[in-house]
Structures are given as C-alpha cells and as structure tokens.
Design a protein around this ligand. Structure first.
Ligand SMILES: NC(=O)c1ccc[n+]([C@@H]2O[C@H](COP(=O)([O-])OP(=O)(O)OC[C@H]3O[C@@H](n4cnc5c(N)ncnc54)[C@H](OP(=O)(O)O)[C@@H]3O)[C@@H](O)[C@H]2O)c1
Length: 303
C-alpha cells in the first residue's frame, strides 16, 4: 500500500512510518520543512514539501495513493497558551485537514481511506463514567476544536473515502510526548501528581497506538471515531505512582492546580482536566492490546 502521511515527521508519525515500512508499505511524508534530511535513506520513504494550508503541486501524489494519514498540527504543550498560540493550535489542525480533503477532491483516483487525528479532549472534562465513541462531545477549547477537526475530515466521505478519526489518549513513550515531560521531575526525586490527582488519564503505549492505527488502516469495516486508548485508564495519582515505581523513584510531591495555572496559564488544563475513555469500538472489532495495563506498559517502556 502507498500511504501519504501529513505531519509524519513527529512523535507518532516517525514510529508509524517505521512500522508501515516494516510491513512492506511505502510512505510519503508531507512536511513544511524544505527537506527532511533526518530520515534514514530508504527507497520506501520519501518526503514532499507542503505549507499545510494550500493545495500545491504535491496533490498529484494523491492520485497514486491508497491511504492518507493526517497527523499535522501545532504542538499542544510546546508553548504557553497565549490567544495567538491557541489560534495556531486550532487553525493548523483545521487548515491541514481541510487541505488534505481538498487534495482528495481534486484527485481523479481517490484513496480508499483517510485516517485523521483527533483526541480524547473531544469529550471535554468528565469526572465520572466511561466514555466510548457514542458519548457526547464537551464544550471547552479542546472539545470544540476536536469536533471541528473531525468534521473537516469527515467531508472526505462525500467522495466515497472511508474516514476514521482517531480520538487518541496520552501516547506513552520515553522518546517524546507527555512521558518526556513527566520523566524529568521523577528522575530528580521531585515527582508527584499534578492537580487533584483524581482526574482520569486515558493513556496508551505508543506501540499499541501504532498497531491500532494499522488495524484501522487495514480493517475496512471500521469508519468514524475510534478511541485510541488502553482499556484500563488510571487516575493521575495512580499514573504517577506507577511511573515512580517503574523508575524506582517516589511519587510524593503533589503540585497543586493553582500553582500549575500560575506557571502554565490555561495550558494547565491539559493535565488538570481528564476523561475516562475506553476503546469500545477497537475491542468490538477484535483488536488485542499488547499493553492493556499501565504497569505492563511502564515496565516495558522503562526497560
Ligand atoms: N502525542 C500524543 O500523546 C497525542 C495524543 C492525542 C492526539 N494527538 C494528535 O496526534 C497528532 C500527532 O501527534 P504527535 O505527538 O506526533 O505530534 P507532533 O510530534 O507535534 O507532530 C505533528 C507534526 O505536525 C506538523 N506541524 C507542527 N506544527 C504545525 C503547524 N503549525 N501547521 C501544520 N503542521 C504542523 C509537524 O510536521 P512538519 O514540521 O514536518 O511539517 C509535526 O511533525 C497531533 O495532531 C496530535 O494533536 C497526539
């Protein structure tokens, strides 16, 4: 299969591309960089330049593409959330998704499937109860963004393209994402839960996240939203306790929510809010998790 990956140069994309190539597929990365010089030379991987906002010459590759995976968007926790940064977080996702769908519209031969990123933030801040793909969306910044992000992707259905939106939880791997940020304070013996500790964290081992994406790619009966989360979410307190014990460090210095808000501003919501998402549709479709429990995942990730 030839797979086009928008935003394939990031934390999830790089690992996904490795796995696609191992499975015998070829990957074309859409990147804003003039050239991707940091990918190992491989005849199965190439990169094309785009600006993530307009349909340039690159669109022609869509005629020759079996599947598109869209991961592009401004990093969420890289900078303080000023009004301008929040706007970049939203606009980059909406524009990139709209641009991918416009390229599909233009292509004379359409891809069979579009797999497009979203997040469990879709559900908003929910303290109690399991959230599956039929649960309603929330009404905060992320929930509204995810709703719009998904509806841009779903426009490709008009062109008989199967669309899957990935409501991904916190992807765990020491190479990046949330774990890289949590790791440092624990390493220096000052780790502990952020905020009340009772907020839910819907996490997933990166390997399972990639396996679930390949499952969605190949399983033609799947369309619509998919929760990409492990079946057993944990509270923030439990997450920190498990991380501490995998690192042989105590989890003992809680950081109160007000202090986080002082330091991080509104971005603190990323860790202070939570939801208990469950991968109902993946399990119903027969997906089996390699790391369903956090302890197994942590001990693998730390080994
Ligand atoms: N990691 C997680 O735990 C997690 C959880 C839930 C959802 N997600 C979603 O999954 C997607 C991939 O996540 P990731 O962790 O791999 O993200 P990432 O490492 O930040 O990579 C995203 C890619 O998007 C491109 N990008 C960055 N800023 C952009 C902008 N302003 N406009 C257009 N493109 C831009 C970059 O590619 P170039 O620089 O090459 O253009 C980058 O490599 C994201 O949309 C994210 O919101 C991730």
């Amino acid at each position: 299969m030839k797979v086009l990956i928008a935003g394939g140069s990031g934390f999830i994309g790089r690992s996904l591309i490795d796995r696609l190539v191992q499975a015998g597929h070829t990957a074309v990365i859409l990147t804003r960089r003039p050239a991707m010089t940091d990918i190992p030379p491989n005849p199965s991987i190439r990169s094309l330049h785009w600006d993530a906002r307009s349909v340039g010459e690159w669109w022609q590759v869509v005629n020759d593409t079996d599947a598109i995976i869209n991961l592009a968007g401004e990093a969420i926790a890289a900078k303080r959330w000023t009004v301008a940064q929040k706007d970049r977080i939203s606009t980059s996702r909406i524009d990139a998704t709209r641009t991918v769908v416009r390229a599909i519209e233009k292509a004379t031969r359409k891809p069979k499937v579009l797999i497009s990123a979203s997040g469990i933030g879709y559900y908003g801040d929910v303290r109690e109860g399991d959230l599956d793909e039929s649960s309603p969306h929330g009404d905060d910044f992320f929930a509204r963004l995810s709703l719009q992000w998904e509806s841009e992707a779903l426009r490709a259905e008009k062109h008989a393209v199967r669309v899957v939106t990935l409501r991904t939880g916190i992807v765990l791997h020491p190479g990046g994402g949330a774990m890289k940020k949590f790791h440092l304070p624990f390493k220096f013996f000052v780790g502990g839960p952020l905020g009340p500790g009772t907020q839910w964290m819907s996490w997933i081992h990166r390997e399972d996240a990639i396996r679930a994406m390949l499952f969605a790619l190949e399983n033609q009966s799947l369309s619509g939203p998919l929760n990409i989360t492990a079946p057993y979410p944990v509270t923030m307190r439990e997450f920190c306790r498990t991380l501490g014990s995998a690192l042989r460090r105590p989890s003992w210095i809680p950081v109160p929510g007000f202090a986080l808000r002082l330091v991080l501003g509104e971005m603190a919501d990323v860790v202070l809010k939570g939801q208990r998402a469950v991968p109902r549709r993946l399990l119903q479709a027969g997906f089996s998790f390699k790391f369903p429990q956090l302890e197994q995942a942590m001990s693998d990730l730390m080994s």
